[in-house]
Design a protein around this ligand. Structure first.
Ligand code: FPP
Length: 256
């Protein structure tokens, strides 16, 4: 792409179309960080920050779908988030219910397939049933794979995979020598999906925080210094554009 075209695109604030990118990732993962700081900045309760963050979430899902990206993984609630105040946990749990109540019809109509990453059995019954129903209702859809991590931890996911694989090995249905990297991938929540190509964490923090540890092995990382409720579709386009211009080496030496 010529420099002046790149500059023109950087200044263009309307959502981009797929042909305006040199390449697009197949799988984007997002750590939606900064809701609490946004709330403090606006002298609002942290719950209001998360509610505003949900508005961002809607726009980002829509644009991901419009761009034809295959998979989007969002970190909504980690296994560590239970340590937050009772009030904040309750607000997040309510937002999950509200989100599915208001979005499921549109997502299903757009052929989006929802998958929950994480241990649903550790959730309150209402949330567990709502999430299961969203998965069940969209399981035959063939469009965007929308993965929402709720009560998720990357290490716990790997422990779960190790236990499943060990069980197969012990009962004789899987020879130990036949265990490969693919075997592990196939025992993760994201089985059948491509690895993460691009990880975005908003708010300026530069950590993985136990998110998709195995799937992020070769991901490119982009850390916009923007709080999640302020993150726009234009900021997303800039992160996607940064990805398009990264040289991915997967351990190889380029040019030899
Ligand atoms: C991190 O910001 C964000 C979270 C822990 C929750 C993210 C959840 C949402 C955006 C909405 C709920 C999700 C769905 C699917 C409806 P933080 O609170 O840690 O921010 P801080 O670091 O500024 O305090």
């Amino acid at each position: 792409m010529k420099i002046n075209t790149a500059l023109k695109l950087a200044l263009k604030k309307t959502p981009r179309t797929p042909d305006e990118f040199d390449k697009l990732p197949e799988h984007v993962a997002i750590i939606m960080d900064g809701n609490g700081r946004w709330a403090r900045k606006h002298k609002l309760s942290v719950s209001k920050g998360h509610r505003q963050g949900t508005e961002t979430l809607r726009e980002i899902i829509r644009h991901t779908d419009d761009l034809g990206i295959k998979a989007l993984s969002l970190y909504a609630f980690s296994t560590e988030n239970w340590k937050r105040s009772e009030e904040e946990v309750a607000a997040l749990m309510q937002l999950i219910l509200d989100f599915f109540a208001s979005e499921i019809d549109e997502l299903d109509a757009k052929n989006v397939r929802i998958l929950i990453l994480g241990d649903k059995s550790g959730l309150p019954e209402k949330q567990r049933e709502t999430l299961k129903e969203a998965e069940r209702r969209t399981e035959k859809n063939t469009g965007l794979r929308l993965n929402i991590a709720v009560n998720y931890g990357g290490r716990a996911e790997l422990v779960k995979a190790a236990r499943e694989i060990a069980t197969l090995a012990v009962n004789g249905s899987l020879p130990v020598d036949a265990i490969t990297e693919e075997t592990i991938s196939e025992h993760l929540y994201t089985r059948g999906q491509p690895d993460v190509d691009l990880l975005i964490r908003t708010s300026g923090e530069q950590r993985l925080s136990n998110f998709l540890l195995y799937q992020n092995a070769y991901a490119e990382f982009v850390f916009p210094e923007i709080l999640w409720p302020d993150f726009t579709v234009h900021d997303y386009d800039l992160a996607l554009d940064a990805y398009a211009h990264r040289e991915r080496r997967f351990g190889r030496r380029i040019g030899s």
